[in-house]
Design a protein around this ligand. Structure first.
Ligand code: TRP
Length: 335
């Protein structure tokens, strides 16, 4: 029996203060995938607690991220939207996969090294085995395609290694499909408006580094005006942007929002000052982001509705998860 159906899965950590990076890097892409495929989108709260979270804030952030999904255009009748910890099969498969993944594989994960910092002894064990839980998220549904940022590529490769080892060890050829990453080409990362080498982040101290989805039109135009550039005009070719990260970032954001290739944007704007691009950019950002922000504000004030959406999603996800985990338990020989 062949099963060629495409199934998309992705996870987003519950963070407060959603920004343009979340929108362009993830949500917008999720929405376009929803049009053509069956999709499961998960707020990964168990991943969040690999570093300490204030319990009250965590709850709020789970709901806020759910609201972010919906405000960006995800439809809870089409896609499955739920939070990870509400389907306990994630943790259970996570354990089984802890026993499949090898220490040597995890020791190569660059994100652990970055996140654990210089004192690895003090990192939580959860942070170390984080990629195994991510593999469980994906494999629990036998997902075939996973939209992620470029920084998650290594984790996805690990997931494929785990799937393959499981299939081999348990003589269950093709049981887990090997999931493919879907990494957006032009803008896998939105960078800070103040430092083109740093990712746009909710934790950057200055608010001028990011466009929050809840920013007003006024905030947006102020921030874009103040965004760092250099003194050169807009160049003719992409090559000339290599050593100009801030310039590249603004052009990339513009290109992504207007769905115009960077090459075309350069053709149209070459030789002009950045103040020209900034004005255009402000306009399109306001047009795109303000309606999302408005919806987001409405939704975050309706906690009951958000909880209902998650509950409905949990029911649908659980059904699939239970069914697959039952087979997995049989394959492993658990009674
Ligand atoms: N690690 C991902 C991130 O930080 C989040 C994540 C958890 C995820 N589980 C996933 C992404 C499964 C894709 C599929 O971005």
């Amino acid at each position: 029996m062949s099963n060629n159906k495409k199934l998309v899965f992705s996870g987003v950590q519950p963070t407060g203060n959603l920004h343009l990076g979340n929108y362009l890097g993830a949500f917008k892409n999720f929405v376009s995938l929803q049009k053509e495929s069956e999709c499961i989108y998960c707020v990964v709260d168990l991943h969040a607690i690999t570093v300490f979270q204030d319990p009250k804030k965590l709850k709020e952030n789970i709901l806020e991220t759910t609201a972010g999904f919906l405000a960006s255009g995800l439809d809870s009748n089409k896609s499955i939207i739920f939070n990870q910890s509400s389907v306990s099969e994630h943790a259970e498969l996570g354990w089984i996969l802890n026993c499949v993944a090898r220490l040597g594989w995890l020791n190569r994960m660059t994100q652990f090294k970055d996140k654990a910092g210089s004192d690895k002894e003090k990192a939580s064990v959860g942070l170390y085995i984080y990629p195994n839980l991510m593999a469980a998220d994906i494999l629990l549904y036998k997902a075939t395609h996973v939209p992620v940022g470029a920084d998650q590529k290594q984790h996805l490769e690990l997931c494929r290694d785990i799937a393959q080892k499981f299939n081999n060890d348990f003589k269950s050829k093709n049981f887990f499909p090997l999931p493919e990453p879907l990494i957006q080409k032009n803008i896998s990362r939105v960078m800070s408006l103040r430092d083109g080498l740093k990712k746009m982040s909710k934790s950057e101290e200055s608010d001028y580094g990011r466009i929050n989805l809840k920013d007003t039109a006024d905030d947006i135009s102020k921030k874009i005006k103040k965004a760092k550039t250099d003194s050169l005009p807009i160049p003719e070719s992409e090559k000339e942007l290599e050593k100009r990260p801030e310039a590249l970032n603004l052009l990339n954001i513009y290109s992504d929002i207007t769905k115009t290739s960077l090459k075309k944007v350069l053709e149209e704007t070459k030789g002009k000052e950045f103040s020209y691009l900034k004005e255009r950019l402000s306009e399109v950002l306001i047009e795109t982001i303000c309606p999302v922000g408005k919806k987001l504000k409405e939704l975050t004030s309706d906690k009951t509705y958000l909880e209902e959406v998650l509950k409905k999603g949990r029911e649908k996800a659980s059904k699939k998860a239970e069914e697959n985990l039952k087979k997995i338990r049989e394959i492993v020989g658990l009674l």
